[in-house]
Design a protein around this ligand. Structure first.
Ligand code: 2M8
Length: 451
């Protein structure tokens, strides 16, 4: 049963205690024995970046379970280094989620690219937040982590993952990782992908059946036309054997959010390397090179935000999305850029501190929709990432206000998937795992904040 909490009724101290208990209940309820599903109904398998955020929350509940969350994800890693965006649970009926394992066919179509023979997985990826999560999980209980040789066991897989993105996904040849499907940045139907997606011929209507509408309101989800294009892109990649050199990508975009998270994770990987006595220099060097490429390629001076670059015409996409604020987390950006980002966050387009959390898309943009998925609603994971970015930039008061807002919205909506930025009404499904995990993390404080 979803529990709604109101701080005005409970007072902040009691509210936080009840919120903590409720968040723990969600995480325990969504644990499958090996990993955590984002939602028992809408997303009944393991998702890549969800598991990273979930592990960040679980570390406060059971560091051991948080380690297993990441270990189970990486046990489905492909031999070419990619970490698939979904790891399918064979016990869940095939029709429970679409696209299902028999659509992706990883163990056959993905075999030449190094997909495991089991479990079945998707063939695309999601943002590489895993090294950052692994480092935070380690820091929650270094003794337990050391006993289980957690970092030493995870390091080779994380390193191969970052090398995959560096070697196979630099489709523009300028030092950034490209995304080849709108599901890869995790911000699935952001207006930032609209122009690039319009070039993709949709899969025929009736050639697939959406399962998401069995669980969520159609007005909160992507349209059928968006879905038909997602299906076409994924089928084309599959039919090219998920081979990045052979595939002809109808959609290829350099996304600032994806690359900012990769940079943050490269620094975490360097910390991990140092902790286990390996060489941190390669990861650090990659982070520094990618930061320069991010600034050269994706900084939009006129808009005061990072924007995506469409590789089909090599032009910046003139859309302000929350992914463009995520570089606030990137160490070593010029102060002039972080100051401009802070101004943009506080200005008319995102109204940080005035609306609920951080809208996924420009509040003044022509496509803004307060309810529909990544086209306006505020999400808890991006708010958590921006909270870290604000702290890293020294914007402590703004960070503290955002933290309180995240906790209030999580409790008031029963851990909704996302919320309307204007009135905080919950949208999508409830008892959503990363909402619970990240609320738990903010409630417990960051051991790394002291660094
Ligand atoms: C959403 O994406 C999936 C496809 O990957 C879907 O709509 O079915 C996104 O919000 C994504 O960021 C998230 O990882 C996933 C599971 O929570 O759901």
């Amino acid at each position: 049963m979803t529990v709604l909490l109101d701080p005005a009724q409970h007072g902040p101290g009691r509210h936080h205690r009840s919120l903590r208990a409720a968040a723990v209940r969600v995480l325990l309820g969504n644990w499958t024995g090996n990993a955590t599903v984002p939602s028992r109904s809408l997303y009944p398998h393991q998702w890549s970046w969800d598991s990273a955020f979930i592990a960040i929350g679980l570390r406060h509940l059971s560091p051991r379970r948080a380690q297993r969350e990441l270990e189970s994800l990486l046990s489905a890693q492909w031999a070419d280094g990619r970490v698939p965006h979904i790891v399918f649970n064979p016990a869940v009926p095939c029709g429970a989620y679409f696209p299902s394992p028999d659509f992706w066919r990883s163990s056959t179509a993905g075999r030449p690219a190094g997909a495991p023979s089991a479990p079945e997985t998707s063939g695309i990826v999601q943002p590489p937040v895993h090294a950052l999560a692994a480092w935070l999980v380690h820091r929650a209980d270094p003794a337990e982590s050391g006993r289980r040789r957690f970092l030493a066991r995870l390091h080779p897989g994380l390193d191969a993952w970052h090398r995959y993105l560096t070697a196979h996904r630099d489709l523009g040849g300028r030092g950034l990782a490209a995304i080849v499907h709108p599901w890869e940045p995790g911000l699935d139907n952001s207006p930032a992908w609209d122009t690039a997606l319009r070039r993709v011929p949709p899969a025929p209507a009736g050639s697939f059946r959406r399962a998401d509408l069995d669980h969520s309101a159609a007005s909160d989800r992507p349209t059928d036309l968006d879905y038909a294009r997602y299906v076409r892109l994924a089928a084309d990649y599959r039919d090219a054997g998920y081979d990045d050199a052979r595939a002809r990508f109808a959609f290829a975009v350099e996304d600032p959010g994806f690359n900012a998270l990769l940079i943050a994770s490269e620094y975490a990987l360097a910390d991990i390397a140092e902790a286990i006595g390996a060489d941190p220099a390669p990861a650090r060097a990659r982070a520094v090179r990618r930061t320069a490429a991010l600034t050269d390629r994706l900084w939009d001076e006129e808009r005061g935000i990072f924007t995506a670059r469409d590789l089909h015409d090599d032009r910046l996409v003139p859309v302000r999305g929350v992914g463009g604020l995520l570089p606030l987390m990137v160490p070593g950006l010029p102060r002039r850029i972080t100051d401009a980002l802070l101004r943009t966050a506080a200005g008319d387009h995102f109204r940080l501190g005035e609306v609920h959390m951080v809208p996924s898309y420009d509040l003044t943009g022509p496509e803004f929709d307060p309810s529909r998925y990544w086209r306006g609603p505020s999400w808890f994971n991006t708010a958590w990432l921006i909270h870290r970015g604000l702290l890293a930039c020294g914007a402590v008061d703004e960070a503290d206000r955002l933290r309180e807002g995240i906790l209030r919205d999580a409790g008031a909506t029963g851990f909704a998937e996302y919320v309307d930025p204007h009135n905080g009404a919950g949208r999508g499904i409830r008892d959503f795992s990363w909402t619970a995990g990240l609320a738990l993390d903010l409630l417990c404080g960051h051991p790394e904040r002291a660094r």
